[in-house]
Design a binder for this molecule. Sequence first.
Ligand SMILES: Nc1ncnc2c1ncn2[C@@H]1O[C@H](COP(=O)(O)OP(=O)(O)OP(=O)(O)O)[C@@H](O)[C@H]1O
Ligand SMILES: [Mg+2]
Length: 337
Amino acid sequence: MTTQSDTLVSVENVSKSFTLSRSLSDVFNGRHPKVDAVSEISFTLKRGETIGIVGESGCGKTTLGRMLLKLITPTGGAIRFDGADINALSGESELAFRRRAQLVFQNPFDALNPHFTIRRSLYEPLLNTRVPAAEHDRMVGEAMVRVQLDRMLHLLDSYPHQLSGGQLQRVVLARALVLQPDFIVADEPVSMLDVSVRAGILNVLREVRDTMGLAAVFISHDLALVRYVCERTITMYLGAVVEDGPTKDVIAHPLHPYTRALVQAVPVPNVDQSHDPLPLIGAMPDARNPPAGCRFSDRCPLADDGCRAARPPLRPVGPGRRVACFKVPAFTTAQVQ
Ligand SMILES: Nc1ncnc2c1ncn2[C@@H]1O[C@H](COP(=O)(O)OP(=O)(O)OP(=O)(O)O)[C@@H](O)[C@H]1O
Ligand SMILES: [Mg+2]
């Protein structure tokens, strides 16, 4: 008898560089400019686990999310889903993967075809699948119940422009759940919504997480959201993971200076924010030209020559925690234990 591994998604040394268009001087100098959007990232996601990915604009969150769903191909490394390299999948096995792994779009206002009724959008994922037609009503109905759209059946014959942002985001989520996936990637799922409707959507996300046992990656700028929905949090900076750990520990005792700055910048309810202030210096550097040594060294108030000379590896520093910073032991040994 084979036992099923706990790991659903395994990200192994994954990188993605984009080749940029060449300026006239690039052509003369024989340069081929590129940006390393994601650099050698490794982590695993267990079945039913929810991970939040946080970090500033441009740090590579969406690029990573799109690779997890085989929407773009890594330039290095491999992503395994249930043990199989997703980039080697084709035909039937690729169709099965596309059913099991779904994307929740960032902007509900343009995630749906404006010419389709809500009903048509909700049934569309079932077309061109092997799911028998007799099952379609039940599957759409179940997805609607999960996102509490069943109380809004009158919306089924409406068009997207007739719905509010909160209702649209529920439709977008229901659409992602129709095929009963085991894994979703939600890229900034509430960032376009009014604060007043966010809470309702976040409760739905939590409910879906608990009742469906979905594994999920939530990409967000919003640490408060990640704290509410995700068991684990990964901080990215300039294409790399700089911290990884249980959300409550990462937010209560951030280890990497960048995560410390993020936690201090974002008011997170009921969290002791009495750490020493650690302001970021300057803006995020140009991703085409990252600093030598530690990627964060030119903005880090703790950086010294050692940090500028060598890149700190992501290393284990406590139960379930990893951090990429030479300075961590100096100020955290007591907190990690
Ligand atoms: N198709 C592309 N071609 C060239 N560069 C790209 C492409 N997609 C992303 N990039 C670059 O890769 C880097 C990471 O972009 P990405 O969209 O993944 O960041 P992000 O963390 O999702 O940002 P945001 O929070 O603003 O959504 C950026 O420097 C971006 O300009
Ligand atoms: Mg993005």
